[in-house]
Write a new protein. Structure first.
Lengths: 242, 332
C-alpha cells in the first residue's frame, strides 16, 4: 500500500517561536498511526501544519502524493483531511444528526438527500444513532468525543486526525473509543491519533511515533517504541517533563 | 409511542400547513385593512415602522446571529437608499420605483466592493470597520454639493403615495424578506449558516466555505436593508446625512435582535413590535429613552441571554420558521 501522508523536513511554529524542527515521517494507507510525546513536543502543532492552520517555513507535506504545503485549509478538508478538536466543539443548538449532516453536505460536497444517507450511516457506525435527535449541547463528554469523530467522518476523509479523543474519559469509556477506532480501521480508514494514554496507543496503533522538541525521536512498532530507552527516559525521566 | 418510533427528539417544529395558512391569513388581513382604510392613519404609521424594523432586524440577525458578522455599519445601506430615492426623484424626475431600483443597484455594488476589504477582518475589527465606512459615507454626503450637503434633500414625486400605499409596500418587503430568510435557511447554504451560528471554527473544519456564506448573507442583507431604508425615507419625505447614515439605525437593529432572540427567525418579529411601541411610549420622556432602552437591553442580556423568542423556544421546546432538519422521512 502507498503512503497516505508524508512529512518531509517540516519546520514550523508561531511567529518567531519554532516548534517543529525538520520533522519527517510517513503514514501508510490503512494504518492507525499513533503519536505520543511530552507536553510541548509539537504534536498539536504538527496537526495544525497538516491542516493548514499554520504555514511551514520549510519542508513539504505530501497528502496522497499531492503537495499540499501551500493549499488553503478549507480545500484540504475537501481533499480528505478530517479532524477532531481536542476540546469538542459541537454545534450546540443542532441535533446530532444535523451536526453530522453539515459535514456530510459541506465537507463531502453532497446534496442533502445523499448527505442524509451518509450521515445516518455514520451515526450508526459511531453508536450515536439512537440519540440522533438530541441537541448536541446536552451530550456527555464521551458522546461529545464520539460526535467529534462522527462529524469528521461525515466529511468522507481519506485520513482521519484524532486529537486526544480519549483524554478525560473513564477507563470503560476509553475502551469504547478504542473499539470505535478499531472498527474504523477495519472499515479501511487511515488514522493519525495523538494521545497520552500509553496502553491505548499500544493496543490500538499499527505504528507509533514519539515526538520531542519538534522532532521525531523514534517511529516503529508500538511495543518497541514504548520500551525503548530513549522514550522511557522522555516519559519517565525528570529532565523534560513538567 | 411516537418517541420510540422516531428515536428521542428534543424539539417540535411548528411549521406546517395550518401554520402557513395562519400566516397567509394574517398577511392578507393586514393587506385588506390597509387597502380599505379600516386601519386608521395612526395605526398604519405604527405598522409601517413595525414592518420595516422586522425587515431590518431579520437582516441584521442573518449577519450577526448566523454568519457571525456583527456589522455596526448597516446604516450605510439605509443612507444610500434614501439618497438614491431622493436624487432620482428630485434631480432626474423619476418615480419612486426607479429610485428604489437604483438604490438596490448602488448598494449591491458598494457591498461587493466593501466585502473585498471588510471580509479580511474578523470580530471586533470587522464591526469597527463597517462603522467607520458608514461614517465616511456620512462625511462624504455632508460635503457633497450634488446632494445639497448638510441641508438634506426632499423626495418630490407627484402624486405623493398615500400612507396606505406605503404601508402595503412595507408589508410586501417584510413578507418577501421573511420568505427569503426562511428559504435561504432551508437550503444547503442555510445548513452551513446554522452551523456557523453555533461554532464558526468547527463549521470551517467540516468544510463549510465560510467566505462564500458570508458574502451571500452580506449581499442579501444589503439589498433588503436598502429596500427597507428606501421605504422609510419615502414615508418621511426628507433625508439628511445625519439621519441617513446615523449609527442609531444599527443600535435599533441590535436592540430588536437582542431582545427578540439572536439566531432565531421569529425573534426579530417580537423584537420589532416591542421596539416600535417602546419608542412611542418613551418619546414622552425625551432624554430618558436611550437610558431606558439600554437598561432593558442589559436586563434581557443578563436574564434572557437568548432573547425572548430564544428563551421561549428553549423552555417550551418548539421552533417556528425553523431551519431544523430531522433524520426521519418527511410526511408528504
Amino acid at each position: 500500500m502507498g503512503n497516505i501522508l508524508e512529512f518531509q523536513d517540516i519546520s514550523a511554529g508561531y511567529g518567531r517561536i519554532q516548534i517543529l524542527n525538520d520533522l519527517s515521517f510517513t503514514v501508510k494507507e490503512g494504518q492507525v498511526f499513533g503519536v505520543i510525546g511530552p507536553n510541548g513536543s509539537g504534536k498539536t502543532t504538527m496537526f495544525n501544519a497538516l491542516l493548514g492552520l499554520i504555514k511551514p517555513s520549510s519542508g513539504r507535506i505530501l497528502f496522497d502524493s499531492i503537495d499540499i504545503t501551500r493549499t488553503p485549509s478549507n480545500v484540504r478538508c475537501k481533499m480528505g483531511l478530517g479532524r477532531t478538536f481536542q476540546v469538542p466543539k459541537p454545534f450546540e443548538n443542532m441535533s446530532l444528526y444535523e451536526n453530522v449532516l453539515v459535514a456530510a453536505v459541506h465537507g463531502a460536497s453532497n446534496n442533502e438527500r445523499f448527505g442524509r444517507e451518509l450521515a445516518l450511516g455514520i451515526l450508526k457506525q459511531t453508536g450515536l444513532y439512537e440519540k440522533r435527535e438530541l441537541t448536541a449541547g446536552k451530550l456527555t463528554l464521551l458522546d461529545r468525543k464520539r460526535l467529534e469523530i462522527a462529524r469528521a467522518l461525515g466529511t468522507a476523509p481519506k485520513l482521519l486526525l484524532l486529537d486526544e479523543v480519549a483524554a478525560g474519559l473513564t477507563d470503560a469509556e476509553v475502551k469504547d473509543i478504542m473499539k470505535l477506532v478499531a472498527d474504523l480501521k477495519a472499515a479501511g480508514h487511515s488514522i493519525i491519533w495523538i494521545e497520552h494514554i500509553i496502553e491505548t496507543m499500544i493496543g490500538s496503533t499499527d505504528a507509533l511515533m514519539c515526538m520531542a522538541e519538534g522532532k521525531c525521536i523514534m517511529v516503529g512498532d508500538p511495543q518497541e517504541v514504548i520500551s525503548s530507552e530513549e522514550v522511557q527516559r522522555l516519559y519517565l525521566g525528570v529532565d523534560d517533563n513538567e | 409511542m411516537i418517541g420510540k418510533k422516531l428515536g428521542q427528539r428534543d424539539v417540535v417544529v411548528l411549521d406546517s400547513i395550518p401554520m402557513l395558512i395562519i400566516c397567509i391569513a394574517l398577511v392578507f388581513g393586514l393587506y385588506l385593512s390597509c387597502i380599505t382604510g379600516i386601519a386608521s392613519n395612526n395605526a398604519m404609521r405604527y405598522m409601517i415602522q413595525i414592518f420595516l424594523f422586522i425587515t431590518l432586524g431579520e437582516m441584521w440577525n442573518l449577519l450577526s446571529g448566523f454568519a457571525g458578522m456583527t456589522s455596526l455599519g448597516q446604516q450605510l445601506y439605509i443612507g444610500l437608499a434614501g439618497y438614491s430615492v431622493a436624487v432620482m426623484t428630485t434631480k432626474f424626475h423619476m418615480g419612486l420605483g426607479a429610485g428604489l431600483a437604483v438604490g438596490v443597484l448602488v448598494s449591491t455594488i458598494v457591498a461587493l466592493l466593501l466585502s473585498l476589504i471588510l471580509f479580511k477582518m474578523q470580530g471586533m475589527y470587522f464591526s469597527i470597520s463597517t462603522w467607520v465606512v458608514a461614517e465616511a459615507f456620512a462625511t462624504l454626503f455632508l460635503s457633497w454639493k450634488f446632494v445639497e450637503q448638510g441641508s438634506g434633500m426632499t423626495i418630490r414625486v407627484v402624486p405623493y403615495p398615500r400612507i396606505g400605499e406605503i404601508c402595503i409596500l412595507s408589508l410586501m418587503i417584510c413578507v418577501v424578506a421573511m420568505i427569503t430568510v426562511y428559504c435561504l435557511l432551508r437550503t444547503k447554504v442555510g445548513l452551513g449558516l446554522t452551523a456557523m451560528r453555533d461554532d464558526i471554527t468547527a463549521a470551517s473544519a467540516v468544510g463549510v466555505n465560510v467566505f462564500s456564506h458570508k458574502l451571500i448573507v452580506y449581499l442579501i442583507a444589503a439589498v433588503f436593508t436598502t429596500l427597507a431604508g428606501g421605504i422609510f425615507f419615502i414615508n418621511k419625505g426628507i433625508i439628511y446625512p445625519e439621519n441617513g447614515f446615523g449609527i442609531s439605525w444599527t443600535v435599533s437593529m441590535i436592540f430588536i435582535v437582542t431582545i427578540g432572540g439572536t439566531g432565531t427567525v421569529g425573534g426579530p418579529i417580537v423584537g420589532a413590535v416591542i421596539y416600535v411601541f417602546l419608542q412611542e411610549i418613551l418619546a414622552r420622556y425625551p432624554g430618558w429613552s436611550n437610558i431606558i432602552l439600554g437598561i432593558i437591553t442589559i436586563l434581557v442580556i443578563l436574564f434572557l441571554p437568548t432573547g425572548i423568542m430564544g428563551t421561549l423556544q428553549k423552555k417550551l421546546r418548539f421552533e417556528i420558521f425553523s431551519s431544523k432538519r430531522f433524520s426521519f422521512a418527511k410526511h408528504k
